[in-house]
Design a binder for this molecule. Structure first.
Ligand code: 5AD
Ligand code: SF4
Length: 468
């Protein structure tokens, strides 16, 4: 429980808006920008905010990284490979900068927010012009202006009071018209022992419900048909707001706004209540899809991960979800090779995957992260064992996904059309209620429409159908 108002004062946002106007009027500012985003939806939404601010500063988006005046890498550090890929691409862009010294390179996001990273950037990556973390994103206009006026590099990572902020009122550039992300809370309090997120995103802080509801109303008025509510652990939404609003009550209130489709992620099993299941089942617009990371099927490993639920409790939630919503789609995240994971623990994960019948799963090899408890644990698993395990897990999940998709054949679903199908020019694609991608005949004029489709066949990760 927390009394302190963490919102960034409106005067501060106004000040940034004024700086955006000043940059817009600057003659020698960059004209075009490109953003490369790594990681989760939260980062995608942060990139949309950066793009929104850049456009207010008069820059326009270009698809081509090589020809942009300003390229920003919005990074992730949840696993080592995400970090290496980002740094590899930043270094590669330096080759372009050698030919075009006017090119500005910015790096932001979770990787930068890690302890000591700012120092490392200053020492090892002298060609990075601007670096900032996740927590001072709202100060981006000021940092960019500083860079443009001083022409010397700016590295600024929020700490102390600034760390746990809730900014409101930043411009956002949304790429798609029919769908929008909406962050409802920032940070995470869970400290799963493998996870760096609480260290780089700070403690849980919820946006005020009235802000969320008015944004939803605006989106609806703009023609948005589906919103995806975002948070590292949406089920604990509101716990820091002195009990003003819980996640189920927020969902109910959003359902009443009449937005046609509401989705949310990510749910933590320890906080997924029966009330939430009931609200989902009763809601008119809440889609029957839950992303519920299980991480492991072994109780011993779940305890070592600090997940606060047992396998039986997890399976109990799945059973209750399916009782309330027989057509619910459940997806998950699973880690293999957590320190100390035995063959038996891994077998438990495989058997859980068989029992749970997930529509899909994101599967990861455990990656030690500096500053987390698991990185200090004994019995780190050799890479060859983790590799064999992840291959076995992927093969099993593919089989389970195949079965889940086949069970949809003959059913009628409603698809919100997102784009043209990559496989065929005469087909469009979009998601059905439970979040599975469906392809069917159509064209440009179907974009953003809700179309009833009868499922006729399944592919590896998607469905095919015929419009009704
Ligand atoms: N190693 C591997 N996977 C991780 N995840 C988080 N931290 C790590 C790590 N250190 C996975 C979890 C989480 C997802 C977003 O990323 O499965 O749910
Ligand atoms: Fe990381 Fe656990 Fe928080 Fe998810 S719930 S962000 S895995 S600490």
């Amino acid at each position: 429980m927390r009394g302190k108002d963490l919102r960034v004062p409106i005067e501060e946002i106004e000040r940034q808006r004024e700086i955006m106007r000043l940059v817009r009027e600057t003659d020698d500012r960059p004209q075009t920008y490109h953003i490369v985003t790594y990681g989760c939806q939260m980062n995608v939404q942060d990139s949309q905010k950066i793009a929104g601010m850049l456009e207010e500063m008069g820059l326009s988006y270009t698809d081509e990284r090589e020809s942009a005046d300003f390229v920003i890498f919005n990074t992730c550090c949840v696993r080592d490979n995400a970090e290496r890929r980002a740094l590899g691409n930043v270094t590669w862009l330096n080759e372009i900068k050698k030919k075009n010294p006017k090119l500005l390179i910015g790096v932001c996001g979770c990787m930068i927010q890690q302890p000591q990273m700012a120092d490392r950037i200053l020492r090892q990556y002298p060609f990075i012009d601007l670096a900032f973390g996740t927590q001072n994103l709202y100060r981006f206009p000021e940092l960019l202006r500083q860079l443009l006026s001083s022409r010397s590099r700016v590295v600024s990572v929020a700490q102390g009071d600034e760390f746990d902020s809730v900014p409101e009122g930043l411009p956002i550039r949304r790429v798609r018209h029919e769908q929008a992300f909406m962050t409802i809370m920032y940070g995470c309090n869970n400290f799963c022992t493998y996870c760096v997120v609480p260290l780089v995103r700070g403690r849980e802080r919820s946006r005020k419900a009235d802000m969320i509801l008015s944004e939803a109303q605006e989106l609806k008025n703009d023609g948005v048909r589906e919103v995806m509510l975002l948070g590292q652990n949406v089920n604990s939404y509101g716990k820091d707001l002195n009990g003003e609003m819980s996640f189920p009550s927020l969902l109910r209130a959003l359902d009443d706004t009449g937005i046609e489709r509401i989705r949310f992620m990510t749910s933590h099993p320890k906080d997924l209540s029966q009330e939430l299941i009931d609200v989902m089942a009763a809601g008119k617009h809440i889609m029957p899809h839950v992303h519920l990371p299980v991480q492991s099927g072994s109780d011993r490993i779940l305890t070592a991960m600090n997940r606060h639920y047992t396998r039986a409790q997890y399976m109990g939630i799945i059973a209750r979800l399916r009782t309330a919503m027989p057509e619910v789609g459940i997806s998950t995240d699973i880690i293999v090779g957590f320190p100390g994971e035995t063959d038996e623990d891994f077998e438990d994960t495989l058997s859980l995957v068989r029992e749970a019948r997930f529509d899909s799963a994101f599967t990861f090899v455990y990656s030690p992260r500096a500053g987390t408890k698991a990185a200090e644990m004994d019995c780190q698993i050799p890479p060859e064992i983790s590799k064999a395990r992840i291959e076995a897990l992927i093969a099993l999940q593919e089989e389970m996904t195949g079965r889940a998709l086949e069970s949809m054949i003959g059913k009628t679903v409603t698809v919100l059309v997102e784009g043209l199908s990559k496989r065929s020019e005469n087909q469009v694609m979009g998601k059905c209620e439970r979040g599975i991608t469906v392809h069917f005949d159509g064209g440009e004029s179907d974009m953003g429409s809700m179309i009833p489709v009868k499922i006729t066949a399944s592919r590896t990760n998607s469905l095919c159908g015929e419009r009704i």
